[in-house]
Design a binder for this molecule. Sequence first.
Ligand code: NDP
Length: 434
Amino acid sequence: LRRNAGEAEFHQAVREVLESLGRVVAKHPNYADDALIERICEPERQIIFRVPWVDDANQVQINRGFRVQFNSGLGPYKGGIRFHPSVNLGIIKFLGFEQIFKNALTGLPIGGGKGGSDFNPRGRSDGEIMRFCQSFMTELYRHLGEYTDVPAGDIGVGAREIGFMFGQYKRLTNRYEAGVLTGKGLVYGGSRARTEATGYGTVYFVERMLGTKGIAMEGKRAIVSGSGNVAIYAIEKVQAFGGKVVACSDSNGYVVDEQGIDLDLVKQIKEKSRGRISEYVALRGAGAHYVEGGSIWDVAGDIALPCATQNELTGHDARQLVANGVLAVGEGANMPCTPEAVRIFQEAGVMFAPGKAANAGGVATSALEMQQNASRDSWSFEDTEARLATIMHSIHDRCAETADEYGVPGDYVLGANITGFVRVAEAMRAFGVI
Ligand code: NDP
């Protein structure tokens, strides 16, 4: 705790994993050897750097950039870049730590890392975004490589930002190294279905989880927080399974549409005009309403998919959802439910899918993008999505089997933590003390 003072989110993420590991150590005492657990909690490398850039008013702006290269036991560091004013070292470390186990769960050869900056993209022009991304990459490029560290997008970083960063990497290195970033545009080495992968993957996981109790998604009412990349494609897949999403949000408020969210309209507002979800009501016409502030979790639903940000769903929200009869919760975002909320869901018998398992579809498809880049190939949408579905089902099944093996059937938190940990631990033990 002293070594990582003030990093509340990092402590929270580590505590959750360590709480699951007691059962593994009891069963396999050798995992306590060689300070393996202590080593896994310490990042291999942390890079913090200055990002100077010039805004449209010709003023010099300074931001702080981060890349935490947490664990390369299973492959090159892999994890997204986040641009949001709340970013600090503790946030990047929590995300990097989660990423280690998530990436291990995919069964693909990728280590764990995360990066970002406290830069706020909201309201910035394309020119400002480009200059910021170029400056960010001007330092970061020396730490990357397809065999070293392969970033992707996250909050505030989508195809536009990845394009600017890839262009700068190529310019600085004089190498067309497609496998150095994922989430690229299709014309320069991106993978089909990567944009959709995290949201789709979360819904594939939840659908499989509901299936263990013989429940279908068809006809169910769903609440999805956020209206960014993960939320949009989670909504799309719930609708494809015959569910009805009645609410979504952004950081200012939420919309409720009892006829079912009009996803084309949300895409137009968020993806095309980069607007606010409050604009939905006027464009949709009668039937929908907008609530400024407040909690989207006051809206009743059978399925809740928090897809915005960490700690967005509190104990109070969880009690409200349980009182309203929620059946299943799937974390599309990273650590969106507070520890108290998770406990309330589990005690109430609500099926709960933790983010490191349920949102692993994004990074899994990033690893598929790396495979396509390495073989200079490009797969069809259907083929890529079919692989994503298979990966999500197998992550689900492995988590469920591990929970059974450790005597806590249906505890996907424990199942995910132990399954991911064992895979990384085996690799680290093979390498000796490094
Ligand atoms: P986006 O930037 O595309 O969207 C984020 C959404 O969450 C926006 O609607 C945003 O609203 C809202 N949001 C962000 N911060 C806050 C906040 N502090 N309070 C309330 N709402 C907030 O990001 P993504 O969809 O890519 O990421 C969402 C979550 O999913 C994150 O936790 C991310 O780490 C996780 N994730 C993403 C993956 C990916 O492939 N993109 C992969 C795995 C996990 P506003 O516009 O108002 O800021």
